[in-house]
Design a protein around this ligand. Sequence first.
Ligand code: 5GP
Length: 210
Amino acid sequence: MPFDKDGVMIILSSPSGAGKTTLVKMLSGIDNFEVSISHTTRQPRPKETSNKDYFFVNEHEFKRLINNQEFLEYAKVFGNFYGTTRSPVIDKLSKGRNVLFDIDWQGADQIKNKKLDYKLITFFILPPSKEVLFRRLSNRDMRDKLIAEERMKQFERDVLHWINYDYVVVNDDLNLCFSRIKNLINSEINNGSKDYDLEFIREHINKLTT
Ligand code: 5GP
């Protein structure tokens, strides 16, 4: 049983381009919320900071962490390894901090299956439409267009995992989406009533997958 003073775990997953990373950053601005920093073998992007956005490691180091059983979850995503180490997360939760995870569906499944002694709330973020997603993914040159087409194919597969999440939220407007998630977290923590329309979500999924 979790203690009342323990923090809660909040997972955000989404197909690429739905705006999840921005939402996680916004949520981390709420008092007592902290982002779990993942390890990855992918190369840093120009604006990313080591030990803040990710712990950037090579495959050798990543495999050492796997062998030492330091990961709460890990997965291969778009050809690179990503993982969440256990001890910083447990440390934060036991101090009463709420921990945000920006991880994919494979990691979300693993954490769910671990059935830890901490409350877990999972969110799946969706784009408003396939057209908007394609526009978001293909913003610059021809190379981006090719990557965008690949990611659209991946989208068709990733979107099917919505069913394993507690809540699915459509990112039509960033601020609106942020407050929907924030309100759902608050009502989960305080056992309040939830403003959530599953039928609307089912219809939205239908539109995205046909
Ligand atoms: P990016 O390379 O764009 O930062 O992330 C690619 C994908 O990997 C995103 O869906 C992101 O949520 C996911 N990801 C980031 N960190 C982790 C992690 O620690 N574990 C898992 N399973 N996925 C992660």
